[in-house]
Write a protein that binds this ligand. Structure first.
Ligand SMILES: [Zn+2]
Length: 257
């Protein structure tokens, strides 16, 4: 069997290049993860991040075998598996936490804005965990106290209406707004609207908003409007597919048939 031996002089140069290029690829994948983490789904996001960082960890060990003639690196790699997992999990959690605490108009990129919108939307929909509940209460209270914008729809929350369930905020719990479904939908909507006003030219933001309008408010008409704006903003192939999928499944289309 042909094996590249790092201490075989004829092969060492070749192996060095190979190790260097693979290590570079590993670092680039890990960097892409940090920059564009698929945050929405915890399981997919953490698994993907864990594998990319494990790749870096293995490459570091491989590079070390090249420098130090020692055995037992396999054990070292195995020992590193748990810390790598914890690192990725904590990093992702901290990033989401920071993003949730930032005001929606302070988002730096369209990806940050979309991530924040989804994170808030998910939090408003499922906050059975006591920690999430406290987080949500804190976010809502801070906004209601600090928001200075006269046009903010949340300034008079009791009047907010949800056509989907034909209910006003006042029909539910007005003291504990974090338990009021109508209020929570509008609270999440405020983030999407901020994303649209800052990054409305990005098809990804429009698609995210369309999906929100459809799922939270069952507002097919408004969702289709967002999609037609997305189509005008040069969507990439994945986004075009998402638009197509959405339009194909929309009830309006079925009616037209
Ligand atoms: Zn506000």
């Amino acid at each position: 069997m042909f094996i590249l031996d790092p201490f075989d002089e004829d092969m060492s140069g070749l192996l060095l290049i190979e190790v260097f290029l693979t290590a570079l690829a590993a670092v680039m994948i890990a960097y892409q993860y940090v920059k564009y983490m698929p945050y929405f789904d915890t399981y997919i996001s953490v698994t993907f991040g864990f594998l990319s960082f494990l790749f870096v960890w293995i490459m570091i060990n491989l590079a070390l075998t090249y420098v130090i003639p020692l055995t037992g690196h396999f054990v070292v790699i195995l020992i590193g598996v748990v810390p790598v997992f914890l690192l990725v999990n904590n990093m992702r959690g901290r990033f989401l936490e920071d993003l949730l605490l930032k005001p929606p108009e302070k988002m730096a990129t369209e990806l940050e804005a979309i991530t924040q919108c989804y994170a808030v939307y998910i939090l408003t929909m499922s906050h059975s965990d006591p920690e999430d509940e406290i987080r949500l209460i804190g976010l809502i209270n801070v906004h209601l106290k600090e928001c200075q914008k006269p046009e903010c729809p949340l300034t008079n929350p009791v009047e907010l209406y949800d056509p989907c369930t034909d209910k006003h905020v006042s029909d539910g719990d007005v003291v504990n707004l974090h338990k009021n479904t109508v209020f929570l939908k509008h609270y999440a909507k405020m983030y999407f609207e901020a994303a649209i006003s800052n990054f409305g030219n990005y098809p990804g933001v429009r698609i995210a908003y369309a999906s929100f309008l459809f799922h939270a408010f069952r507002n097919v008409h408004a969702a289709l409007n967002e999609l037609s704006s997305a189509k005008k903003s040069k969507p990439n192939i994945m986004q075009s597919f998402e638009i197509y999928k959405f339009e194909y499944a929309s009830p309006n289309r079925k009616k037209q048939k």
